[in-house]
Design a protein around this ligand. Structure first.
Ligand code: PEP
Ligand code: MG
Length: 575
């Protein structure tokens, strides 16, 4: 059946492929064929993982204290029952034998079958129990991952697969980096959620906020993801398909043409240099950073090193990651942001920390200051990496002067600890902070006095200024970068920092959005940090900007209180 769904485009481009319905557990599972002779061992591996999951549940039960809520015991019982059911504990064994497939894949195939049955159930309580099945399967998958290291051969057909999910967390998205899917669409999510941000970094067309896509689309349906218009076409007729193939190749050609700009120095028409830096999540993003000619790394979101794992990365492991980036950038600046965990970036999907309002809770610098030992490990690792390049430290989500003072004193302590152990580091490492809470933008001198540089995180600044959860598609239409209050805070921050001689950058998504390039240049911004994939499109805008006309128009936009007029003037600025 042919139909169209409208959602929020979070990553541009057009892709055509076959729908692949996933839950987050399925996304993690590798699929590979095993040799006939290895079937029995694979079944043993599967049985051992089931037994281990069972042990874990028993251990959880025995750790339960008398004051634990009764639901907790009921939940363990339910999970134990699911685990004991032959449809989960035995059926995958048959699949392993018959299809000669690895245990993980056999398990998720079976899970999908069960989940599909649950989705048909009318009773909402019972329907919800599919989540319990998924959680149990995730437990077994983790047990499998903890057993023998398994090979992960890439699937050759992945580029043809469009992942269709109800929701994907940033941790799920990071797993995309290991795969080469053609695109992804989800029922929920906001435009600057971290899930969307990672999708953009992968340069795969993506849509969020499609509401019922996961229910309406069947496995293997032909789908078109139009990440430019925010449209998903399911089972298109040949004429529509032909039209989209044409648009897809045009889009590809345009991106190809941009590559010519890679070595062109980034400056406006009147010769004012503009620095274009890259945002990264993991060292593996360095390939794109080099490919698109970034002049530095303006934001290394280190929290992604902490996701999808049971044990936190040690000082040594973190040091290796930071050193790899510092060395690869070969003297160009690398801004390493300290942990920004919390809100939509949970450490563990399976054991989320309950917070009444996570975006306003113990997030980012607040979390690090509450866990000084964990923070010290990271600070030591970053300090040690300073010897291998131009590393700078950046603190996220600052609102109070004492957060900076405490961080600086912990940095001093980390230096002392390294001195005691005889490790070298750059004693004059620069420390900067993110301006992403309105209070910080409004009390800027307090931050400028204490920090060496600033970077505006527009994603959070907009979220906190407009009281819009950036991950919630129900309010995504209210997430407005052009709201006068937002523009005022951004322009004021840039101008005050420029006046005071404090280097200032923007590293939120606005920096990578060509519509806003001239406006930000007009406000006085000269350092933009974005995912490398967006860098050349921004460079093209910079190269075609005349500051003498951009500046007065940007000032006029700032004085506007009528949203329609603001958009009209922005269109004029961009023409
Ligand atoms: C921001 O808030 O704009 C930012 C760059 O940080 P993050 O998106 O990681 O919250
Ligand atoms: Mg932020």
């Amino acid at each position: 059946m042919n139909f169209v769904l409208h959602g929020i485009a979070v990553s541009a481009g057009i892709t055509i492929g076959h729908a692949h319905l996933v839950s987050s557990a399925r996304l993690e599972a590798a699929h590979y064929e095993i040799a006939e002779a290895a079937v029995d061992t694979e079944i043993l591996r599967f049985d051992a993982a089931i037994a281990r999951a069972r042990q874990e549940l028993s251990a959880l039960e025995s750790q339960m204290t008398g004051d634990a809520p009764t639901e907790f015991g009921a939940f363990i019982n339910l999970h134990r029952m699911i685990l004991a059911d032959s449809s989960l504990s035995h059926a995958p064994r048959d699949l392993i034998r018959e299809r000669r497939t690895n245990a993980e894949w056999a398990l998720v195939q079976q899970m999908e079958k069960l989940v599909a049955q649950f989705e048909e159930i009318e009773d909402p309580y019972l329907r919800e129990r599919r989540q319990d099945i998924e959680q149990v399967v995730e437990r077994v998958l983790k047990a499998l991952a903890g057993s023998d290291a398994m090979p992960q051969p890439p699937s050759s057909a992945e580029g043809d697969l469009i992942v269709v999910a109800h929701d994907l967390s940033p941790a799920d998205m990071i797993l995309f980096k290991r795969h080469k899917f053609g695109g992804f669409v989800t029922d929920v999510g906001g435009v600057t959620s971290h899930t969307a941000i990672v999708a953009r970094s992968l340069n795969i067309p993506a849509l969020v906020g499609l509401h019922h896509a996961r229910q309406m689309i069947r496995e293997n349906d032909v789908v078109i993801v139009d990440g430019i218009q925010g449209v998903l076409v399911v089972d298109p007729d040949p004429v529509v398909l032909g039209e989209y193939r044409l648009r897809q190749s045009q889009h590809g050609l345009e991106r190809q043409k941009l590559k010519r700009l890679k070595s062109t120095p980034s400056a406006t028409l009147d010769g004012t240099p503009v620095e274009l830096f890259a945002n990264i999540e993991l060292p593996q993003d360095l390939g794109d950073v080099q490919e698109f000619g970034a002049q530095g790394v303006g934001l290394f979101r280190t929290e992604f090193l902490f996701m999808n794992r049971k044990i936190l990365p040690s000082e040594e492991e973190q040091f290796e990651a930071y050193r790899e980036v510092a060395k690869a950038m070969d003297g160009r600046p690398v801004v390493i942001r300290t942990l920004d965990l919390g809100a939509d970036k949970a450490l563990s999907e399976s054991e989320p920390v309950e917070m009444p309002n996570p975006a306003l809770g113990l997030r980012a610098i607040r979390y690090c200051l509450a866990e000084p030992q964990l923070f010290l490990v990271q600070l030591r690792a970053i300090l040690r990496a300073t010897k291998y390049g131009r590393v700078k430290i950046m603190l996220p989500m600052l609102a109070h002067a004492h957060e900076i003072d405490q961080s600086l004193s912990l940095l001093k302590q980390a230096k002392q600890q390294l001195d005691d152990k005889g490790f070298g580091y750059d004693g004059a490492v620069e420390v900067g902070g993110m301006i992403e809470v309105p209070a910080a933008a409004l009390a800027l001198p307090m931050f400028m006095r204490r920090l060496d540089f600033l970077s505006i995180g527009t994603n959070d600044l907009i979220q906190y200024t407009l009281a819009i959860d950036r991950t919630d598609d129900a309010v995504a239409h209210l997430y407005d970068p052009l709201h006068p209050a937002v523009l005022h805070l951004i322009a004021h921050t840039i101008q005050a920092a420029n006046r005071g001689g404090t280097p200032i950058a923007v590293c939120g998504e606005m920096a990578g959005e060509p519509t806003f390039t001239r406006l930000l240049l007009g406000f006085g911004l000269r350092n933009f940090s974005m995912h490398a994939q967006q860098l050349l499109a921004i460079k093209e805008r910079v190269l075609r900007t005349n500051l003498a006309t951009a500046q007065p128009l940007a000032r006029r936009i700032l004085r506007q209180s009528d949203p329609a007029k603001t958009r009209e003037l922005l269109a004029k600025l961009n023409s």
